[in-house]
Ligand binder design. Structure first.
Ligand code: ZN
Length: 132
């Protein structure tokens, strides 16, 4: 796999990442070798998953919408071949493709803004670069 080869190449010349990788490998090996222990405390899991915070939900909805918009844009630019019309015109007019791309860009910008907002909320006390 390309990713693992890139990682190996990086680890070959980056001492910092190599030491981190060795650390993580060591911890994982320790955990695998450790005997199973029973907790003295009773653990009760909630019946329903905990509700996510409103910003997290907005972000995930925005991500899904952005991916859907991009997929739509790609599909419109390179439509699947129609076997009955092999040399037919593209399904979408250029203006429509541009609209879909603009929409995807707007969604991505919105998502980036929301992510930035969430970051500045987490860093309470500091106002970052957001106007007061
Ligand atoms: Zn590195």
């Amino acid at each position: 796999m390309l990713e693992s080869r890139l990682l190996e190449a990086h680890l070959a010349h980056c001492a910092e990442c190599r030491s981190f990788a060795e650390q993580v490998t060591g911890i994982a090996a320790e955990l695998r070798a450790a005997a199973v222990e029973h907790s003295s405390r009773r653990v009760v899991l909630p019946a329903a998953p905990a509700r996510r915070s409103a910003p997290a939900r907005v972000r995930s909805v925005a991500s899904v919408a952005a991916v859907a918009a991009m997929a739509l844009g790609i599909a419109m630019r390179a439509p699947l071949g129609d076997p009955e019309r092999p040399s037919g015109p593209p399904a979408a007019a250029p203006a429509e493709v541009d609209d879909a791309e603009l929409h995807a860009i707007r969604l991505l910008r919105r998502e980036a803004m929301l992510a930035g907002l969430a970051r500045s909320e987490r860093a309470s006390g500091t106002f970052g670069n957001q106007p007061a």
